[in-house]
Every structure is written in C-alpha cells, then in structure tokens.
Design a binder for this molecule. Structure first.
Ligand SMILES: C[S@@+](CC[C@H](N)C(=O)[O-])C[C@H]1O[C@@H](n2cnc3c(N)ncnc32)[C@H](O)[C@@H]1O
Length: 263
C-alpha cells in the first residue's frame, strides 16, 4: 500500500539518487528518467504511464490537477514524497522550481512495432533540444514515432524531456545501430523512404498521400545523412533556401517536411 513520506533534507539518499538521474550514466544504470511540471506530468498520466517516484512541494497538492497527480502516483504504487520548497529547488532543473517532479522507467519500443504510418528516422542526432522539439512535432502531426540510429543523444535527458513538453510520453521511441537500420530500411520497411538532403533537386512541397506510409530520414546537425543511408531513399527532397544560410536547423527542417507530408 503506497503512502506519502515527508522528506526535509536534500541530503536524503533517495533525493540524492533522484537528482543523480540528471546524469546519463545513472539513467543507463537504472533505466529511469525524470520529468517535471504539472502539465508534463498530466500528459504522462493521460498517456497511461505510471511514475516510479513522485515528489511534490508541500502545500501544493491541496486540489485540482496537483491533487489528482498525487492520487495517480499513489494508485500506481509509486514512492510518493512531500518535500519543502528548498528541496524542490535542488531537484528541479529550472530556475523557478516546478511543484512536482517524477521518475519513470524508460520505454523503448521494439522495431517489430513499426508497421506503417509516418515515422521519422534520425541519424546521429546530437542536440537534446533538437531531439525534444522533433518528438513534440512528431506528436503534433500524429506521426507514429522516432527511430534513433547510431550514436544519438539521449531522448530521456532532461533537456530533451523538457523540450518535448510531455510528448516524450506520447511518441514511440526505437533505437537501432547502423547495421540494423540499414537492414531495416532496405529490407523490412514497407513504404516510401524519403531522405532530406541539401544536394537533392526535388522540392519538399510535392504530393504526399495523407494516409501513406513514409519513413522520413533526417541527418545529423554536423555532417547530415550518411551516403549509405541516403542511398536507400526512394526519393530525396530539399527545402529551398534563398539567403546565406547553408542549411536549416534540424528540428525546423523536420517540422517543415512533416507538416507538408500531413497537410
Ligand atoms: C544542419 S543540417 C546538416 C547539414 C550538413 N552539413 C549537410 O551537408 O547535410 C541537419 C539536417 O537537417 C536537414 N536539413 C537542413 N536543412 C535542410 C534543407 N534545406 N533541405 C533539406 N533538409 C535539410 C537534413 O536532414 C540535414 O541532414
């Protein structure tokens, strides 16, 4: 039976362990991550996630969504803790601490879940803010999920979770190493493979089938898509640019193409 524990010091070992989830090594060891803020945690609840630990600021769960979230955590048998403002401040990654923060088990979907629809494949994405923004956009357009290929940044890093604004709980995340991805794209994916490339000649504003199956391949912030990956594309598209910029930001380019595909 879950109950609420009061903790008053940030030196408490449970609080210290929670805080350590900021660190990628710790997230890898424990398979946990954390998210903060009532709105974001509300999305986790809506998407039927259950927290492992739930920490809230004393006096902040009297009514409304804050109360519902504590109830959700207790129903889910989470470890629920009430802490004072200064402890919340130590835990939060923000200047103005959120009234609630919770840890969750990371969820990686198996590639057998990829059947059809619209998927975004990101090759070696390195910027956590870009990744979070892409996850949010994938959610917004109703695409199925994100496939991370190779050495990508961690979607469960706090910067990514924050930039996703809760969409991390709504979007399927799959990871593949390079070999697996090349086999998947060339032999297993049943649909069109669209690569974005600065050297492409086709404009991204072309006809797409609103209900079609598309794998949209995006390159990394540095070198872009590798030759091996773009070679597998059935079409290559470019977003025209007029000024001095030699490319667009990865998350901006992904959003433009996704909206065009689902317009
Ligand atoms: C910052 S760009 C990488 C630029 C890299 N130097 C290159 O030559 O591809 C990151 C990714 O965003 C996408 N991208 C950025 N600008 C684009 C554009 N104008 N047209 C198509 N894709 C673009 C591509 O997927 C690209 O791999």
């Amino acid at each position: 039976m879950a109950y609420i524990k009061k903790i008053t010091s940030h030196q408490n070992p449970t609080i210290k362990d929670f805080k350590a989830l900021e660190n990628r090594k710790k997230r890898k060891e424990t398979n946990l991550f954390f998210a903060e803020g009532l709105k974001v945690l509300g999305t986790a609840k809506e998407c039927e996630w259950t927290p492992v630990q739930y920490i809230y600021e004393e006096g902040e769960a009297a009514s409304g969504i804050a109360y519902d979230l504590v109830d959700w955590a207790l129903q889910g048998e989470a470890q629920v803790m009430e802490v004072p403002y200064d402890v919340m401040g130590k835990l939060s990654s923000r200047d103005n601490p959120q009234p609630a923060i919770a840890s969750f088990t990371q969820k990686w979907v198996d590639k057998s879940a990829i059947k059809n629809g619209l998927w975004v494949l990101l090759e070696e994405v390195r910027d956590p803010g870009n990744l979070g923004t892409i996850i949010r956009t994938v959610d917004a357009v109703g695409a199925q999920g994100v496939i991370l290929v190779g050495n990508c940044c961690d979607p469960y890093a706090i910067e990514t979770v924050r930039a996703s604004m809760g969409s991390i709980f709504a979007v399927d995340m799959i990871k593949m190493d390079r070999e697996e991805a090349l086999t998947f794209v060339s032999k297993e994916w049943k649909g069109e493979v669209v690569a974005t490339h600065l050297e492409a000649t086709d404009d991204f504003r072309r006809d797409y089938n609103m209900d079609g199956n598309y794998l949209l391949m995006m390159g990394s912030e540095g070198p872009g898509l590798t030759k091996e990956m773009s070679y597998l594309a059935s079409s290559k598209i470019k977003i025209p640019m007029r000024g001095h910029a030699d490319s667009l930001n990865l998350a901006v380019a992904t959003a433009l193409v996704l909206y065009e595909m689902r317009k």
